[in-house]
Write a protein that binds this ligand. Structure first.
Ligand code: GAL
Length: 416
């Protein structure tokens, strides 16, 4: 933890100190897409912009989930030197908009009819006070499991459909000497697992009441206790070296056949694809057992900062490129996510992508689409961080399930 904070501050200081500015015609983009799969997807965006004559000034801040990137961004804005465009999630976008820092994209949005093609659930975060303030590039989802097919086949394990089958499968893998669950011990990764586990343990009404409405009854319910109990079961199936491991290294354990499963958002698919793996043949993607039919979403958006009139043209170009249907297809095929527009054909997507697109559309229609707590789409950062602390402390054995429930309710009531 300390190491991360120090690193972020160091990076922030360097960035602020260098007072880096994008030159005219360049866009400076702050993002945390630094893993192999993420970088491959980012390349699609950079190349697309190149064809439009827009130069890319890269501002990567490593750290899955974007916590380090947020620290660096705050330092840049405080120093009066915000980047042109910033990868951002959910309520963080609205926070910056409320502070009056974000540019108005209404002209390009109206010209291109974004209102009609971007799902309402995403518009909630992309618009503020009637103005478009960011361009959604994708829809990710957190309640996925990634599995090595050969490992399962060798052990005679069928794709688990229920939570109990999932636990039985992990037991079998562990007994074989392999790692059952690949996991990186970082708060955001534990919270990412918690998303799907909570949905599986308590269902959609519970998820909504607890994580979106912050209802005390749901926060202290038997379903919450069951969620923590299931997290403790997962803890018993990770390897001894999980602490601090990056998410993509956990994905690599599944890719290389050292581990059977990873519970992670569908950015993990980008790592499998980047390693040349094929869904259905080399790996399986399925919903966290018990959460099928629901989609916990997380949409990466690019918010544009108010950096002056000269940048506005490039910002509009960038936003327009991001929103083009052809780009949304090309980018998301590589990233592991699905398009943020409803009118993009699924033709170029692999089986997991096609499944993800169909499930998103169905969940959107049936009211089974919910914002991811772990990735800032259920509540503001203060609440999210309070939840992270308790989830991680429990995962690391500091609390039993009953204590964790009490701690969570307390932490939320203080944070909200
Ligand atoms: C998420 C982000 C994804 C992916 C992941 C791991 O927050 O939405 O695009 O990059 O972090 O870094």
């Amino acid at each position: 933890m300390n190491k991360f904070i120090k690193l972020s501050l160091l990076t922030a200081a360097t960035v602020v100190g260098s007072n880096s500015m994008a030159s005219a015609g360049d866009v400076e983009v702050l993002h945390w897409w630094t893993s192999g799969g993420e970088a491959a997807a980012l390349k699609v965006l950079k190349e697309d912009l190149k064809t439009k004559g827009i130069g890319w000034k890269d501002m990567p801040v490593a750290g899955g989930g974007g916590e380090n990137a947020k620290t660096v961004l705050s330092a840049r804005v405080t120093a009066g030197n915000p980047p042109t465009a910033v990868q951002m999630l959910g309520f963080d976008i609205l926070d910056w908009a409320e502070q009056g820092e974000l540019a108005n994209l209404n002209a390009v949005a109206a010209k291109e009819g974004w209102d009609k093609v971007v799902p309402e659930a995403l518009q909630k975060f992309a618009k503020h006070d009637g103005k478009w303030i960011s361009a959604p590039v994708n829809v990710h989802s957190t309640n996925w499991v990634w599995a090595n097919k050969k490992v399962l086949d060798n052990l005679g394990i069928a794709q688990p459909k229920t939570w109990d089958e999932f636990v039985a499968a992990m037991k079998k893998v562990k007994a074989s000497g392999l790692v059952a669950l690949a996991h990186g011990g970082q708060p955001w990764q534990e919270a990412t697992m918690f998303d799907g586990v909570a949905m599986s343990a308590g269902g959609s009404d519970f998820y909504k009441s607890a994580f979106i409405d912050l209802d005390t009854k749901a926060l202290t319910s038997a379903a919450m206790k069951e969620t923590f109990e299931r997290m403790a079961v997962l803890r018993s199936y990770v390897d001894d070296n999980f602490s601090g491991r990056d998410w993509n290294l956990a994905s690599a354990m599944v890719i290389n056949g050292k581990a059977a499963f990873q519970i992670m958002g569908d950015w993990a698919k980008g790592e499998f694809l980047n390693a040349g793996k094929v869904p259905g043949k080399d790996f399986l993607c399925f919903r966290v057992p018990g959460s099928a039919g629901t989609v916990l979403f997380n949409s990466d958006q690019f918010a544009m900062f108010n950096v002056g009139a000269s940048a506005a043209k490039d910002q509009a170009e960038l936003a327009s490129s991001i929103m083009s249907p052809a780009f949304q297809s090309a980018f998301n095929v590589v990233k592991g996510s699905v398009p943020a527009r409803t009118d993009v054909p699924n033709t170029d997507f692999d089986d997991c992508g096609k499944k993800g697109m169909a499930q998103l559309a169905a969940a959107n229609k049936s009211g089974m689409l919910f914002g991811s707590m772990a990735h800032g789409h259920a509540n503001r950062a203060s609440v999210k961080n309070a939840m992270y602390d308790v989830i991680t402390a429990h995962f690391n054995g500091e609390y039993d399930a009953a204590t964790a429930v009490d701690e969570l309710a307390d932490a939320v009531s203080i944070a909200k």
